[in-house]
Design a protein around this ligand. Structure first.
Ligand code: F6R
Length: 616
């Protein structure tokens, strides 16, 4: 997880690196650090390093104003602790004993204990508990005047998955970086280069981006770039231009990224539909790596994902099974990867991951691919690891998401799954052409429906309810059918940003245990949108109210009945029942947001979490 950045060029690196770290902070924010290569008293160079515990503001305070020395290059890091507690000593950058080599790293060096013992046996004294600290010591030992060569020699000694950037005080115009199964991109500017964990780190400066393959080593100076493969051979590759605009990394007048991203859902849905849904209602999904005949032959689908993406997969199951009549197995990737995998030729496996970097999802996709299944990455990030590990790609086009709690990428994933479900339904003749055209119209209508909702007074009404309940110690979420994944997602949103314990259950399961949790005044959020299970849900509402619970219902706009059953109503726009997860989840995102705001919490940086989970 962690965010890393390096800069070499003609401008002062200090502010560029601090700025870049600010845009990487979503990856981790328990400590941060900065190393600048500055002039020393003897006319040589030394690293000036600042490391702090806490988020970036602490680093900004500690780094103070520019020390006046013109730095030749710099490295920065924002940490999400894996190995070693959150302390200043464990914060990056880490340095070699003579402080000539400085490294920032993301990921895990799995064999670091052995490497550390070997180095200690050679007299190296470690100053931190981290796995990353073996890197500067190893690189210093292999260094003979060529930093890229030293890194190339060290790479085969390392186990695990990682990305790192390194600088040597004797090579004041050069940064060297390498990666294995962790993201690392090079930003190519005019007379300057950036190396970072993610594009937003330098998006304001350049949109020319170069990606690295596993175990490649890249060496950048102000004007040049060289890429070496594991054997020292040179690789040539041209940068590509990314389409994200720099404003997507800004809050654009919203108080938080999360609120901005909630409000960006109409455009995320619209862009995900894009030119795929044609005016005549037909759908073109290219990039899946399967032609229509092969798609029509798919007999089973497995969806693997984590967290919010898993919840999108659960919604996808209802759509695919209903519209295409193809059985779907949805599983959390961290479990799927260790089960006996029964996927095989003829099966379609969808790895749903907005970042395209989640370690467990990537591993689950690999397991299925090794078994001969056709694996498609459903992701929001072009060029991410998932796109490289898959046979095909289905992109969501939600734009950059920075808030740690996923919102617009979730609804965009559901939209992409709806397009896939409708395509399969047609190819398998499981749906009539008239039915398919109606659904295509409904999908096309959705962005506008959400836009109208978000511009109405409904979000303020959600805020008012949230402020009445924000001090409750526990929330139970109940729903049926497509309302179940909506509950799961609503409950996850609330717990991750407000730290209030939540349980989410299929309403029919409530009597088998969770009902025991209820007491007088317990808040129960019930997804009670219109559909064939509405009456069943009302019965469940009666049951919880009979135990003194207070019901906050998510109901379809215009429903006349719900008022008589619920203490509070959060309205969701009216759409066909199977598409209701796309609208009913929005009031629950807002509810979680408003509760966290009322508690005075930092919704963009919830404790212990990171946006991209590149460790198991
Ligand atoms: C919760 C959240 C996480 C992610 C999960 C998977 O709001 O964002 O649960 O959904 O970490 O991430 P991706 O989709 O990048 O694989």
């Amino acid at each position: 997880m962690c965010g890393i950045i390096g800069y070499v060029g003609t401008r002062s690196p200090r502010s560029l690196i601090l700025d870049g770290l600010g845009r990487l902070e979503y990856r981790g924010y328990d400590s941060a650090g900065l190393a600048l290569l500055v002039g020393d008293d003897n006319g040589g160079r030394r690293f000036a390093t600042t490391r702090t515990v806490g988020n970036l503001e602490r680093l900004l305070e500690a780094a103070g104003a520019d020390d006046g020395a013109h730095a030749a290059l710099g490295l920065g890091h924002t940490r999400w602790a894996t190995h070693g507690r959150v302390t200043q000593e464990n914060a990056h950058p880490h340095a070699s004993a003579d402080e000539r080599v400085v490294v920032v790293m993301n990921g895990i060096i799995e064999n670091y204990q052995r490497l550390r013992s070997e180095l200690q046996g050679q007299g190296v004294v470690f100053r931190s508990e981290t796995d990353a600290e073996v890197l500067p010591h190893l690189i210093a030992r292999h260094y003979q005047g060529d930093l890229a060569e030293a890194v190339r020699e060290v790479l085969p000694l390392l186990g695990g998955h990682f990305a790192f950037v390194v600088a040597h005080a004797d090579e004041p115009e050069r940064l060297v970086a390498a990666r294995r199964e962790c993201p690392l991109v090079v930003g190519v500017g005019e007379g300057e280069h950036f190396v970072a964990s993610a594009i937003p780190a330098f998006l304001r400066e350049t949109r020319e981006v170069m990606t690295l393959e596993d175990d490649e080593v890249v060496s950048v100076t102000s004007h040049g770039m060289q890429i070496f493969d594991a054997h020292g051979g040179r690789s040539e590759r041209a940068p590509h231009t990314v389409e994200w605009d720099a404003d997507s990394a800004e809050k654009s007048g919203y108080p938080t990224f999360m609120l901005k991203e909630i409000h960006e859902q109409p455009s995320a849905l619209w862009d995900t539909l894009g030119d795929r849904l044609r005016p005549d209602g037909s759908i073109e999904l290219d990039g899946l790596g399967l032609d229509e005949a092969a798609l029509a032959r798919v007999e089973r689908i497995h969806i693997v994902a984590c967290g919010t993406s898993y919840h999108a997969g659960l919604v996808g199951r209802y759509l695919i099974e209903d519209w295409a009549r193809v059985p779907v197995n949805v599983e959390v990737a961290s479990e799927y990867r260790y089960r006996t995998c029964l996927a095989g030729p003829g099966d379609l496996v969808l790895g749903v991951t907005q970042s395209g970097e989640t370690a467990d999802t990537l591993a689950a996709m690999r397991v299925a691919r090794e078994r001969g299944a056709h694996v498609v990455a459903l992701t929001n990030v072009m060029g991410s690891q998932a796109t490289r590990d898959a046979d095909g790609v289905l992109y969501t086009r939600a734009g950059l998401e920075i808030g740690v709690a996923a919102t617009k990428t979730h609804t965009a994933q559901v939209m992409a799954l709806a397009l896939l479900a409708l395509t399969l339904g047609r190819l398998k003749w499981a749906i009539t052409e008239a039915g398919a055209l109606d659904l295509a119209d409904e999908l096309r209508r959705l962005p506008e429906v959400l836009e109208t909702y978000l511009a109405s007074s409904a979000p303020d009404d959600v805020g008012a309810v949230a402020r009445r309940y924000h001090d409750r110690p526990f929330f139970l979420y109940l729903g049926r059918h497509v309302g179940v994944p909506v509950c799961f997602e609503g409950a996850l949103k609330l717990k991750e940003i407000s730290y209030i314990p939540t349980e989410a259950y299929p309403a029919g399961e409530m009597k088998h245990g969770p009902i025991a949790l209820l007491e007088e005044g317990s808040p129960v959020v019930v997804v009670a949108t219109d559909g064939h299970v509405f009456d069943k849900v009302i019965s469940n509402i009666q049951e919880v109210r009979a135990r003194g619970a207070r019901v906050i219902a998510v109901a379809t706009e215009g429903n006349q009945e719900i008022a008589g059953h619920a203490d509070e109503v959060l309205w969701a726009p009216r759409v066909p029942a199977l598409l209701s997860p796309l609208t009913a989840v929005v009031p629950l995102q807002l509810f979680a947001y408003e509760v966290a705001q009322a508690l005075g919490l930092n919704v963009d940086q919830p404790r212990n979490l990171a946006k991209t989970v590149t460790v198991e």
